[in-house]
Design a protein around this ligand. Structure first.
Ligand code: IPE
Ligand code: IPE
Ligand code: MG
Length: 243
């Protein structure tokens, strides 16, 4: 009889089969705010609360790595006021949460070219990375000024500079921002859009993709749990025959 052995049917998280790494494309802040008759930036502000809540709950559930797409290389094409506000919110968030991240055993890392960000934000990011570098609880990877194409080209150029003539996958991975991270098992993009928008394209080659309709500012504990259960109902084959 055809039987889906691994299916998670009782709608409860199976803690023996958690995704190791969940990558979030935090989308829908603007539409969420517009729907409430507010400015787009209000959506980014409340979206930052979702980010905090999702990190905390992912840690409580036992997830080891979470990535968040906070600002893409393409997002520079937005109005300057909005870009500035996104960076200001990010800066305040790190500043106000640094101490609790240190205590909560959270390790912060980033993906992307942070050198192009405002000075104050670079300072906060670097300080937080340094102060949490020995933490071995959950890893929080913030993709900021990140794009897969530029990440891959950067890797290629670094490899050329290092004089390496031929690369295998393991070597190539060392030159990606995500060097030591396992690949995402699950990508969650909120707001109903069904695309990856240049997010971890190399690393997500075998990720399960989940596109809830919820806008990011409404994505909280219950939605995270739903995403994990959805993941556990997928049948990951990795090119093999179902077994
Ligand atoms: C995601 O929300 C946040 C960033 C891209 C920084 P959006 O700002 O893209 O919100 P929508 O998609 O316009 O609703
Ligand atoms: C993707 O969202 C980038 C982030 C969430 C930071 P966008 O809203 O920028 O993506 P597109 O433009 O709809 O593809
Ligand atoms: Mg969007």
């Amino acid at each position: 009889m055809f039987k889906k052995k691994k299916e998670n049917k009782n709608n409860k998280i199976d803690f023996d089969r958690l995704p190791r790494h969940i990558a979030f494309i935090m989308d829908g802040n603007g539409r969420w705010a517009k729907g409430k008759g507010k400015l787009r930036t209000y959506g980014h502000k409340i979206g930052a609360d979702s980010l905090r809540i999702v990190i905390k709950h992912a840690q409580e559930l036992g997830i080891k790595v979470v990535s968040f797409y906070a600002f893409s290389t393409e997002n520079w094409n937005r109005p300057k006021d909005e870009v500035d506000e996104i960076f200001r919110i990010a800066c305040n968030l790190i500043k106000s949460k640094k101490e609790s991240m240190i205590k909560a055993n959270i390790q912060l890392i980033t993906s992307g070219d942070i050198s192009k960000l405002p000075k104050e934000l670079i300072g906060e990011i670097e300080d937080c990375i340094e102060k949490t570098k020995n933490n071995d609880g959950i890893v929080v990877n913030i993709a900021i000024n990140y794009g897969s194409r530029s990440e891959i080209l950067r890797a290629v150029n670094e490899i050329i500079k290092a004089g390496i003539k031929e690369v295998d996958e393991a070597t190539f991975r060392k030159y990606l921002y995500t060097t030591n991270l396992p690949d995402p098992d699950l990508v969650v993009r909120t707001s109903g859009e069904q695309r990856l928008s240049n997010f971890l394209m190399f690393q997500n080659a075998y990720a399960e993709l989940y596109f809830p309709k919820t806008y990011w500012p409404d994505f909280r504990e219950k939605e995270l749990e739903k995403a994990i259960i959805e993941f556990q109902n997928r049948d990951r084959r990795f090119g093999k025959i179902k077994g």
